[in-house]
Structures are given as structure tokens and as C-alpha cells.
Ligand binder design. Structure first.
Ligand code: VK7
Length: 277
């Protein structure tokens, strides 16, 4: 009854209650802690990536990557991806409310969202002027990844990077958008969807508060459109990985990192995600 606003004018009690809720975890606090976690758990600081943006691979170095065997290049990128995902796991654990979710839901959110956050983080390491991305210490164009034999997927990854860079997000907006991508209450197999929904609402509020402060409310629905592209990129990744695994089952089985396999190449549970209460 207290929360009943059916008369249109919220009851006095409701206002008191809402004020109390806001006071106990002010939205600025939530913003600041997510932005801090993002900075602390990024592999590279955006300043570092900016400083390196014109350090390109030589023709010989590009040729060396292109001459790798397909399974060698896939294994190389799988290692890079697994490194990046481990930082995202650390980021997730520091999002207010994430660790209070049940173990199953924490794992479901990471299984479905870690790749998406890696792709968002990649855009910080992308140079739109020459379409290159930071990889192994220098900036590389799509041609460097030819040995993967999935040029359509690579092209889609680069297109996504261009489209997200076009929004010219600040590091704070990247941090809050990453948290929103991760805390998605529509993921399949969530056990306590309502609790995830509440954490998501908090993150949404933090992002819209920041966009309002930056006078960029229009970005919110543009960001939600990006979520749809992220979802299709990740399904394309899983599809390509299944195709690769048919060609090189042993490589995936014995040479891909265990965490990579659990996140992207199996439907079993994920004991290795290392989330300890
Ligand atoms: N195995 C892999 C794989 C690995 C990666 C990506 C895509 C794939 C695929 F799967 C795909 F596309 F299917 F997803 C691909 F391409 F290989 F097929 C995109 C994110 C990249 N990435 C980054 O950009 C990091 C993110 C974190 C950031 C930070 O925290 O500061 C530093 C930069 C980590 C893994 C990495 S990568 O560097 O190996 C890479 C590989 C291909 C490519 F065209 C561009 C980059």
C-alpha cells in the first residue's frame, strides 16, 4: 500500500521511503565504484592505448602472422581472449550487487556477457583513422588475421568497433555501458531473475544519471541498439568456433585454455570461473 501511487500523486510515505533508499546507496556512489572497477580491471589504460595508436606492424610481421597455420592463429587469439575475459570476471565481481547474486546467476551472466564486454573494451583499443586494433603490442588491420579463415567475423568485429567508436563514449560511459551489458536480466537459465533485474535497474540508473549529467540522454537508446549487435557478434563467434572445432578437435581439446572452453565451447558448468564468496 505504501508504494501505491495509483492516485497519481505518490503518498508521503512513498517519498520518504524512496528518499531513504536513495540515501543508503546514492547513485553517484554506484557510478564512481563502477568507473573505478573498470579502470582497475582493464588490461590497458586508455591513455596507454592512445600513446601506442600509431605503432603498426611491419609488412614482415604481418606476413609472419598470415603464415601461421589456422589452428596456431586460433589458439593464439583464444589465449588473448581468455586473458581479456579474466579481467572482465574481476570487473564483474566489483559491480555493486553482483557478488550478492547466487553462484549460478553470476556464472550465467559471465558465460553470456564476458565476450560482449571484451568487445566493448576492444573499442578503446581501436584506431578508426586506419581501422587498426591493438593486438600483441601493436596496431593491426583485418589482413593480419587472415590465417583464422573467418574474414566475415573479423570484418563484423571491426565494423562494430567503428560503430561504437562513432558514439565517442567517455571512459566513464564505457565503464557503465560494460556493466549494463553484463547485468542482463534476460539471459537464459537465470534462477533469481528478479534480483538480477534490481541490480540491472541500479546500473541503468547510474548510466542514465551520467548521460543526463553529460547532456547526452540520446545515447541511451543508441547503446541499447549496440547490445543487439553484440549479441549477433557473439553468436557468430560461437558458430565459427564450432566449425573450427570440427576441423581441429584436438587443438580445442588440449591446447585451448580451460576457461575459454567452458565459456565458449561447452554446455557444462564452469567450476574455473573462480568466483568465491
Ligand atoms: N579468439 C578470439 C578473439 C580474440 C579477440 C577478439 C575477437 C576474437 C574472435 F574470436 C571473435 F571475433 F570471434 F570474437 C576471433 F576474431 F578470433 F574470431 C576481439 C577482442 C580482442 N581483444 C581485445 O581487443 C582486448 C580487449 C580488452 C582490452 C583492455 O582490457 O584494455 C584490450 C584489448 C582481446 C581478445 C581479442 S584479440 O586481441 O585476440 C583480436 C582477435 C581478432 C581481431 F580481429 C581483433 C582482436
Amino acid at each position: 500500500a505504501y508504494l501505491d501511487c495509483s492516485q497519481g500523486r505518490p503518498q508521503t510515505t512513498t517519498l520518504l521511503l524512496l528518499t531513504f533508499i536513495a540515501a543508503c546507496c546514492p547513485i553517484e556512489e554506484v557510478c564512481a565504484s563502477i568507473v573505478r572497477s573498470h579502470r582497475e580491471t582493464s588490461q590497458y589504460r586508455v591513455e596507454e592505448l592512445q600513446a601506442l595508436r600509431w605503432k603498426l606492424f611491419s609488412r614482415e610481421e604481418i606476413h609472419a602472422y598470415q603464415s601461421k597455420s589456422m589452428d596456431e592463429m586460433w589458439q593464439h587469439c583464444a589465449l588473448r581472449l581468455t586473458d581479456a575475459v579474466q579481467y572482465v570476471v574481476e570487473f564483474a565481481k566489483r559491480i555493486p550487487g553482483f557478488r550478492q547474486l547466487c553462484q549460478n546467476d553470476q556464472i550465467v551472466l559471465l558465460k553470456n556477457g564476458s565476450m560482449e564486454v571484451v568487445l566493448v573494451r576492444m573499442t578503446r583499443a581501436f584506431n578508426t583513422e586506419n581501422s587498426t586494433v591493438f593486438f600483441d603490442g601493436k596496431f593491426a588491420g583485418t589482413e593480419l588475421f587472415k590465417a583464422l579463415a573467418c574474414s566475415d567475423l573479423i570484418a563484423a568485429v571491426f565494423d562494430f568497433a567503428h560503430s561504437l567508436c562513432a558514439l565517442r563514449l567517455t571512459e566513464q560511459q564505457v565503464a557503465l555501458f560494460s556493466a549494463l551489458v553484463l547485468i542482463n536480466s534476460d539471459r537464459p537459465c537465470l534462477e533469481e531473475r528478479g534480483r538480477v533485474e534490481r541490480v540491472k535497474k541500479e546500473v541503468e540508473l547510474a548510466l542514465s544519471h551520467t548521460l543526463h549529467r553529460d547532456n547526452q540522454e540520446g545515447l541511451m537508446n543508441k547503446l541499447y541498439q549496440k547490445v543487439a549487435i553484440l549479441k549477433s557478434l557473439c553468436s557468430l563467434h560461437i558458430e565459427k568456433l564450432r566449425w573450427f572445432r570440427q576441423l581441429y578437435p584436438l587443438t580445442v581439446h588440449s591446447l585451448f585454455p580451460p576457461l575459454y572452453k567452458e565459456l565458449f565451447a561447452s554446455d557444462t558448468d564452469l567450476p574455473l570461473l573462480g568466483i568465491h564468496h
